[in-house]
Design a binder for this molecule. Sequence first.
Ligand code: DOR
Ligand code: ZN
Length: 429
Amino acid sequence: MSALIIRGVRPYGEGEPVDLTVHNGVITAIGSTSDTDAEVIDAGGLVALPGFVDLHTHLREPGREDTETIETGSRAAALGGYTAVFAMANTDPVADNAVVVEHVWRRGREVGLVDVHPVGAVTVGLQGERLAELGTMARSAAGVRVFSDDGLCVADPLIMRRALEYTKALDAVIAQHAEEPRLTVGAQAHEGETAARLGLAGWPAVAEESIVARDCLLARHVGARLHVCHVSTAGTADILRWAKARGTRVSAEVTPHHLLLDDERLTGYDPVNKVNPPLRTAADAAALRQALADGTLDCVATDHAPHAAQDKDCEWSAARPGMLGLQTALPIVVATMVEPGLLDWRGVARVMSERPAEIAGLPDQGRPIAVGEPATLTLVDPAGRWTVRGADLASIAVNTPYEGMELPGTVVATLLRGVVTARDGKATA
Ligand code: DOR
Ligand code: ZN
């Protein structure tokens, strides 16, 4: 196979521009090269980062292929700079057995744009009552290492304890959607001034924080690892800080929308802003940005949640929660973290790629940009700006809360083990 040269790129946005030479999917030289046979990507002015890893994606296949498929979701991922995604288990049928997880895994491989790792359900049918066959899913061809009932909380403390014991033995991790269901019956929005003014039933911060505190204590008691999905409150960040300081094996993610948006957006009752956990206050969002900068929050995960028009263009209380996220994640991180000086490009690599790869135990993602390492890379134009149009995104669904917004930071190309999977706005493999 002939070589590929990425010319004039700045790894991590640092130092002088270099040429990256790629052979057979591996970076074989970093420096300047004059190889004339090679295919060349002119990357002058671009920043090279390790390919992004999303621990939290809803791909909707099987069951809701009218809103997203593994193929369209993979395209959105590649265009967003992702090289691996974790497909949540709340499909129809639920991914609570080897047959479903192997289907998702195989389909991901056939499409070939991004490594699709199925997340296995913790409980049968996401019902929260009986543990699913975690071991069978772990030993299946899909090699499941992340388990989650996301969309729903593993609320029963005894089931959660048993799940932590099993995943400890399997060297896997439970990703908890932290929501005490008794405190969120009928909830429609963050419990606070805005919800009171709009007459929407409240989803209190304590419903998240009480589960996170409980699960940190359980994980420490069992000696297991816990991952907290979509942290949304300042109080949860405080609990995580405390738990990490005493050596609890806990990691946590934050979504781009919880970094940028707040519940003031609900004023027009547009269900595009409905999401679970809900948009919180501006003070919460500011605390989450600080917590991501200082490492209390380990990584960014999209919670990419496509929904059909009939499930979004309806009255607030009937609308499903969720927003598209794969193609807008990097720009939102640039706007909320890089531009204000909270993270440099090294930091972006850490929260978008390295930490999520470590949390999920992926050996060949989130790797250093160095000779001998896989050419699994994202090339970003830091000066690029683009205007979001839901209809132009690769997803079937169009429920982006950023419609019409001009965002900074463009993904120019994505490479998965040397194969170009997206370039200049087109998914290519
Ligand atoms: O907003 C959300 N949408 N939160 C979840 O927990 C589930 C997700 C979905 O599946 O649509
Ligand atoms: Zn969730």
